[in-house]
Design a protein around this ligand. Structure first.
Ligand code: TYM
Length: 341
């Protein structure tokens, strides 16, 4: 009993979370359902640190003017989704110098063979065959640096980032094994529903903005009529029964999206659409997504006009992020044997 009171009086230290998203021009429903939406929910129960991963973004060629705008748009959009700088630290990766520095150090503790096995590297180098740069190859060490700098306990991500997180754990364990405990070993935090939102045109593939077919993905900032059009065109099957099943990738995906945005279970959705056709179901999913993104789009439209406010938020967060991450960088450098600055 006394023990119980003691633990009640001394609340446990909150666990720390780190995650980031690249500022591609199109933040998709996949990014939202697989990652962003969960970040927002985690803010009350964890100490959260989030970033716009703009250093990662130059592994593919960027037009400077468009890139600059995309970074700001991503920052505003994530705030519009509910990231709250009163509760969380939310900064732009390139504003905190420690990321690139630790990434270099970690590169020297990451094996060529490990990086060669990354499926995302294989996919992206096939897609951008004219620009298979070293950054594309070593990108997972930068991601490891992002996470390890903050001694994060948990990393909320979609299923496609699991392999990179496992590599992060391996790098951290290797470093700790050589020098003694330096980095916290992070766990992944992959949502039960929506960890892999699939393409609306080929539901065996992940929804990705780099898909050449624009109907394959839904962007958070797509107009309502565009969202509806894309859902109406979504590929399904010939069974015409709204339920989870084998060979029903399209419907499984739509049920997953519906479940993620409404909070209903797959069984509840199946019961609701018993006897109804796919046309009705696709329209309902489109409507549910439109309702989910409507307030986000309204907030985005307001925020993106207020550059001074955005600047104040990302500067304030970058300052704190730099202080936290500098401690880890100093510790790692000292262990390796560098002279103190
Ligand atoms: P990125 O920018 O490709 O994606 C950001 C987040 O969105 C998730 N996601 C999806 N989830 C479900 N279904 C989909 N179709 C889908 N598409 C994307 C991703 O899993 C991810 O969680 N390297 C990372 C960014 C990053 C990062 C980090 C993440 C940089 N540093 C440190 C975590 C921790 C990336 O390119 O994600």
């Amino acid at each position: 009993m006394a023990e119980e009171i003691l633990t009640q009086e001394k609340p446990e230290k909150k666990k720390r979370i780190f995650s980031a998203i690249q500022p591609s021009g199109t933040i998709t429903l996949g990014n939202y359902v697989g990652a962003l939406r969960n970040w927002v929910k985690l803010q009350d129960d964890y100490e959260c640190i989030f970033a716009v991963a703009d250093l990662h973004a130059i592994t593919v060629r960027q037009d400077p003017k468009v890139f600059r705008q995309n970074i700001l748009n991503a920052y505003a959009l994530f705030l519009a989704c509910g990231i709250d700088t009163e509760k969380s630290i939310f900064f732009i990766q390139s504003h905190v110098h420690t990321h690139a520095e630790l990434a270099w150090l970690l590169n020297c503790y990451t094996q060529f063979g490990e990086l060669s096995r990354m499926t995302q590297f294989k996919d992206k180098s096939a897609k951008h065959a004219d620009n298979v740069n070293a950054g594309l190859f070593t990108y997972p060490s930068l991601m490891a640096a992002d996470i390890l700098l903050y001694q994060a306990d948990l990393v909320p991500i979609g299923a496609d980032q699991k392999q990179h997180l496992e590599l992060t754990r391996n790098i951290a364990e290797r470093f700790n094994g050589i020098y003694g405990k330096t980095f916290t070993i992070p766990d992944g935090y992959i949502p039960k529903v929506g960890a892999r939102v699939m393409s609306l045109q080929d539901p065996t593939k992940k929804m990705s903005k780099s898909d050449e077919n624009n109907n394959a993905w839904v962007a958070l900032l797509d107009k309502p009529e565009t969202i509806m059009k894309k859902f109406k065109r979504a590929i399904t099957d010939s069974e015409a029964r709204v339920c989870i099943g084998e060979g029903k990738d399209g419907i499984n995906n739509l049920i997953g999206i519906m479940s993620a945005v409404t909070g209903k279970t797959a069984d509840e959705i199946t019961a609701e659409f018993e006897g109804k056709g796919y046309g009705d179901f696709k329209t309902a999913v489109g409507e549910a997504v439109i309702e989910e993104v409507r307030p986000i789009q309204e907030r985005f439209d307001r925020l993106i006009k207020d550059k001074a406010y955005l600047e104040e938020q990302y500067r304030k967060s970058a300052e704190i992020a730099e202080k936290i991450s500098q401690r880890t960088l100093d510790k790692a450098m000292k262990k390796i044997g560098y002279l103190a600055r």
